[in-house]
Design a protein around this ligand. Structure first.
Ligand code: GDP
Ligand code: ZN
Length: 342
């Protein structure tokens, strides 16, 4: 991420915005504490955060009941940052709303840098990241690997989904099969869909099951089309929600958790779809190529660039076909792009 130099005027404005924001947060925290002291609150129950709006979150009870009602909640002080997908303990207010009193441990979280370059969680407790690629724009190892590395770094299992299989013909068939078999050989699952072929979408439904999924990938590969098919009617409800929330606290970049009609959840937002395209370190990059792991640390030189150095364990693994050419070249290309942006 490029570092910007701020003018005095900009710094002053940012500081002013921060001061106003923390004043608002303090006020809300006080509200939460006041509510906790009153007797209007129901018992502690477990909940799931569906979305985050300024200093409030939308919480849904985790229960067997089919009726799921989302409740706007204030946050008790010192809970840390709560994000979509977090599991919490909350208490409903008898009139309206409620208070979140604790955050349960996370299995994992997905982070991205904020405007100051600091990594911030944006969603939690994700079962798998679906890296969407397509026959058009044609899938490339470089981009797939960036997403895979980011998912591996976050500790969230990635799956590759080739969409637009209806556009496969003689011109792209071999290169796609070749590329995807590289990943299948590494143990990554590869799904194949076309939003125009119902059978393939039913298979995708089956695969997603009752898990919590996130779709990422380059623009134009069909993520919106996939999400719209999996969540019929959500276009409409998203429109309705933004009507109700016109007061300005809501932005479209907020991650939101959606329930699929046949079970399972999707967490989606424009910010999440770009996950993986921002900064990663060279160490994370190496570790993120899963077949490299067993060779890391065996190069003759500690600062080996894994290019032409004698005694490079990665190059040796490549000569022994333990690392494929596609992945090795992709590693070097991503590494160069990281070094260029430092
Ligand atoms: P996103 O940018 O990843 O969200 O991609 P979109 O969902 O906006 O889709 C980009 C374009 O691809 C649109 O014109 C879609 O109609 C088209 N598209 C999506 N899925 C498929 C598919 O399975 N087959 C074909 N032929 N086109 C598709
Ligand atoms: Zn090396």
């Amino acid at each position: 991420m490029s570092k910007r130099k701020l003018t005095k005027q900009q710094t002053w404005r940012i500081e002013k915005i921060h001061a106003e924001r923390s004043k608002r947060v303090n006020k809300r925290n006080t509200k939460a504490e006041e509510a906790l002291l009153s007797s209007d609150l129901g018992p502690e129950t477990e909940g799931l955060i569906l979305s985050h709006f300024g200093t409030q979150v939308e919480v849904e009870s985790i229960s067997e009941s089919d009726v799921k009602i989302a409740t706007r909640c204030n946050l008790r002080a010192n809970l840390g940052q709560l994000v979509t997908g977090d599991k919490v303990v909350w208490r409903a207010n008898q009139q309206e709303g409620g208070v979140v009193v604790a955050r349960l441990d996370r299995d994992n979280d997905l982070c991205r840098p904020d405007m100051h370059g600091r990594l911030k969680p944006i969603a939690a407790n994700i079962d798998h990241i679906i890296v969407v690629v397509a026959a058009e724009p044609l899938a490339h190892a470089n981009l797939i690997d960036r997403y895979l590395v980011a998912a591996e770094t976050a500790g969230i299992p990635p799956v590759i989904l080739l969409n637009k299989i209806d556009l496969i013909d003689e011109s792209n068939k071999d290169s796609l099969n070749n590329l995807l078999s590289t990943y299948e050989n590494l143990g990554y699952q590869v799904l194949r869909t076309s939003t125009k072929q119902k059978d393939s979408m039913d298979e995708l439904y089956g695969f997603l099951g009752d898990k919590t999924s996130v779709f990422v990938g380059q623009s134009g590969v069909g993520k919106s089309s996939l999400v719209n098919t999996l969540l019929p009617g959500v276009d409409l409800s998203v429109g309705e929600l933004s009507q109700k929330r016109k007061k300005g606290t809501h932005t479209t970049t907020t991650a939101r958790l959606f329930h699929m009609p046949k079970g399972g959840d999707l967490i989606d937002s424009p910010g999440i779809r770009e996950f993986g395209l921002w900064h990663i370190s060279i160490e994370e990059l190496l570790e993120g190529f899963i077949e490299f792991r067993e060779h890391i640390g065996y190069c003759r030189f500690r600062d080996c660039a894994h290019k032409e150095e004698p005694g490079c364990a990665l190059q040796q693994a490549r000569e022994e076909n333990k690392i494929s050419d596609i992945r090795y070249q992709s590693f070097l290309r991503i590494k160069n792009s990281i070094l260029e942006n430092l």
